[in-house]
Design a protein around this ligand. Sequence first.
Ligand SMILES: Nc1ncnc2c1ncn2[C@@H]1O[C@H](COP(=O)(O)OP(=O)(O)O)[C@@H](O)[C@H]1O
Ligand SMILES: [Mg+2]
Length: 357
Amino acid sequence: MSEEEDLEALGVKAGAVIFSSKTKYVIIKLLGEGGFGAVYLVQDMVSRDKERPYFALKVEKKLDNRRHSKLKMEVAILKAINAMRHDRHPDNKKDRIASYLCHFTEIIDRAKKDRYFFLVMQLVGKSLADLKAERKERVLALGTGLSVASQCLEAVQCLHEVGYIHRDLKPANYAAGLKDKTHMIYLLDFGIARMYKKKNERGNFELKTPRDSVLFKGTVRFASLACHRNLEMGPKDDCESWFYLLLDLIVPKGLPWRRESEKVAVQKIKDACRQNTEMFFNKIKAENDLVKIIKYLDGLEYTDTVDYEYIYQVLNEAGKTCGVDLTALYEWELPPPPPSPLEKQASVVGEQPPSKK
Ligand SMILES: Nc1ncnc2c1ncn2[C@@H]1O[C@H](COP(=O)(O)OP(=O)(O)O)[C@@H](O)[C@H]1O
Ligand SMILES: [Mg+2]
């Protein structure tokens, strides 16, 4: 039985009304589903706003045998982010990290039911995986890709600042905003995130002691080499996954291991790319700049702090080398190009001529 059918049996389906202590939501449609739950588009039915607002509702079934609830982690992280919004002002441009809080969705509501939990959050638009799939050759233009990747890293830097690593960075877990937020990239899905540093009694962060061996977590295509080797992951591993995401967004034909799904085979290609870094890039012009990032990341260890500023700087240099503007509108913000002469001709040929009687 699919997850969706399973939730349907619990009454979570299009048209259903779901109550929280604050309000009631009507489910409009499914937006995405994963291993333990699903995400739905919902509308607040009690709101007095002229247009009743839409949100995303993420549901997880209660299971006795699951030790870690993914949704609990999700709520813990969004709450930590919200707390930071209160402590440090997001509009303060001098506090760079506070200005990165905009990359997280707001928590609207949450509730526990007999058989499931749900979290209601700000609704965002299409994921980077969907946006990429809509483009020619399934890659973003270099200007869009470099700028989007820079925003993706800002979100990760901010998450690391609050003490968590994500462990599943990939295009499907980032999305662009809606309405006036189409230029904003949001980080989603904290289901398998982990706290890697903790505040001690004096209020200072202390790194958690790494475990000797760790089970594989995340997505094979974007996993760091440490993850393949069952080592404890730290901030640098998220950055390595982010680097694969960057390549996936901008390199025509994608990652060199895209056709492999088997874990060990993928690891072998990732290792081989270190011996011959050209393999990462498929001859893109930004190669000489971007290679510096992976060389830098490969030199880091679990305990190291990442120099994010260095990475942003390399992305900007790559933009200059290639003559692209990282401040321009993104591809999905532009009006669709006019049809080519060939496409025009095709549509004329396809039209039925007016019948002469
Ligand atoms: N706040 C949101 N607004 C709109 N769509 C969302 C939102 N959160 C998730 N989605 C969509 O649902 C998909 C699955 O959500 P995600 O949080 O990644 O859960 P999981 O991968 O654990 O099922 C995402 O790829 C995205 O397309
Ligand atoms: Mg996901």
